[in-house]
Design a protein around this ligand. Structure first.
Ligand SMILES: Cc1cc2nc3c(=O)[nH]c(=O)nc-3n(C[C@H](O)[C@H](O)[C@H](O)COP(=O)(O)OP(=O)(O)OC[C@H]3O[C@@H](n4cnc5c(N)ncnc54)[C@H](O)[C@@H]3O)c2cc1C
Length: 440
């Protein structure tokens, strides 16, 4: 039972979504995984394409987009329970045109694109006709500090010339991927390291763009992620392909990453919820040493811990979503970072217990548990590793307490004065009276 209120519209959308999942998504998952495995990362999977028009006809399309004219017009809080349902299956998000990295890229174009850029790229993305990729990370620099990104973006007349090597670019091997949002250095001389970079739109078909190879994610190609290495060699695009402006890449990253990150967390909650359900059913149906595995206290303990941690993650996600809606992504920065750390860790642990509960079969993909584990694990890195988010959380926490008056909050950490220490010692009758001393 939920103690927060959901609007009738969201209730209705959720009911429709659940029905669609039951009728079209779950029954097609086995086909999806076998197609993905057979076709590899360079192909379009027919099952996804078959289901997309059905999802669209059911009004379950672009639910992520807050703009009511082009999307569902839902805020993050309203979208959370819907995104969670989609996250239950790795097939679902793309079927509803709500999958990463396209959602983040569409939001970027929606927020920062010019009218011409929106017409050319956002419209076909919203229609599900093309796909996109986001190319920031580079093999040659530690990219969790994005100020290290070294791809060069140099203006020459009416064009930008781009040179760099990218990797872990999700989605670029997909034949339907037509546009890359490339982050690179446009203003290397700028003193402020957060004003040196820009994001530029690079059509994948441009001369000099090479998708060199697909990259495995814990041995998987295609699902859960079509990671790839992309080279940009003397790539030329017209100057109107710049997003927002030179040196403004970090401004865009701030706006793009908030929603993208929280969507991952919403989906992970759905995935963990489904795995918990599987753990309960499986352990109830198998007996060892005279009783169902479910009755072993270690199983009960794990089930209980899983339930507690899923609920905790959901509540924190909803709080972050609510804050994003009410005070904006910047003010919700700490909550977004907190959930970005805690949701993948939670899901990874719940899925790990589920694998254990399934025994050897948990490690293959008959029950999609191997790929579920890979999904949770990769999300401890993608969109920034845990450590970087933890640093941010810690710094924001320190900042908050530097701004408050410790006398008012009882939060002081100061050293006692000599007088206070002496008074305390006297009040506690310490050092002890002579009678209590050990004498030789
Ligand atoms: C499956 C997958 C999909 C991805 N998709 C995309 C994509 O579509 N587009 C894209 O641009 N990128 C993508 N990424 C890349 C991802 O965002 C980066 O891998 C991540 O930001 C880390 O950068 P790095 O790999 O260069 O690691 P590095 O920066 O080299 O960091 C390595 C490790 O150092 C440690 N570390 C770093 N900073 C700190 C710190 N401050 N304190 C303590 N420890 C620290 C962390 O443990 C970190 O994992 C994806 C990654 C994966 C795995």
């Amino acid at each position: 039972m939920e103690f927060w209120s959901t609007s009738p519209r969201v209730e209705q959308l959720r009911a429709r979504l659940l029905a669609f999942m039951a009728q079209h998504i779950y029954p097609n998952e086995r086909r999806f995984f076998s197609e993905a495995e057979r076709n590899g990362p360079w192909a379009v999977n027919s099952v996804t394409e078959e289901l997309k028009p059905m999802a669209r006809a059911a009004g379950l399309w672009n639910l992520f987009l807050p703009d009511a004219t082009q999307g569902a017009g839902l805020g993050n809080f309203d979208y959370a329970p819907l995104c969670e349902v989609m996250g239950r299956s790795l097939l679902a998000p793309e079927v509803f045109n709500c999958s990463a990295p396209d959602t983040g890229n569409m939001e970027t174009l929606h927020r920062y694109g010019s009218e011409a850029q929106k017409r050319r790229w956002l419209e076909p993305l919203l229609a599900g006709k093309i796909r996109s990729a986001f190319a920031m990370t580079e093999p040659e620099v530690a990219s969790s500090d994005a100020t290290n990104i070294s791809t060069s973006i140099v203006r020459q007349g009416d064009e930008y010339v781009i040179n760099g090597r990218k990797w872990y670019t999700t989605g670029a091997t997909n034949p339907r991927c037509e546009i890359l949002i490339v982050m690179g250095k446009s203003n290397p001389g700028e003193a402020n390291r957060h004003q040196q970079h820009a994001m530029v739109l690079v059509p994948k078909a441009t001369r000099g763009v090479t998708v060199v190879r697909p990259l495995p994610v814990l041995g998987y190609y295609g699902v859960p992620d079509r990671a790839s290495e992309v080279w940009l060699e003397d790539v030329r695009v017209p100057v109107d392909h710049m997003l927002l402006g030179e040196g403004r890449g970090f401004e865009i990253a701030q706006g793009r990453l908030g929603p993208g990150r929280i969507h991952h967390c919403m989906r992970l909650i759905g995935l963990a919820e489904r795995c918990l359900e599987r753990m309960c059913r499986r352990t109830s149906s198998r007996t060892t040493f005279g009783k169902p595995v479910a009755d072993q206290t270690v199983t009960l303990e794990r089930i209980a811990e899983a339930r507690i941690s899923i609920e905790q993650a959901r509540l924190l996600t909803l709080k972050a979503a609510w804050m994003m809606d009410k005070v904006g992504n910047k003010a919700a920065m700490q909550e977004i970072a907190m959930i970005k750390v805690s949701a993948p860790l939670m899901a990874e642990r719940v899925i790990d217990w589920t694998i254990q509960a399934f025994g050897g079969g948990g490690t293959n993909d008959d029950h999609f548990l191997g790929v579920a584990f890979a999904t949770a694990r990769l999300l401890r890195l993608a969109d920034g590793p845990d450590e970087v988010h933890r640093n941010q959380i810690g710094r924001l926490e320190l900042k908050r307490h530097h701004q408050t008056d410790p006398a008012a909050t009882g939060g002081g950490g100061e050293v006692l004065s000599r007088e206070e220490a002496r008074a305390l010692a006297a009040a506690n009758r310490w050092p002890p009276p002579d009678s209590a001393r050990i004498t030789q």
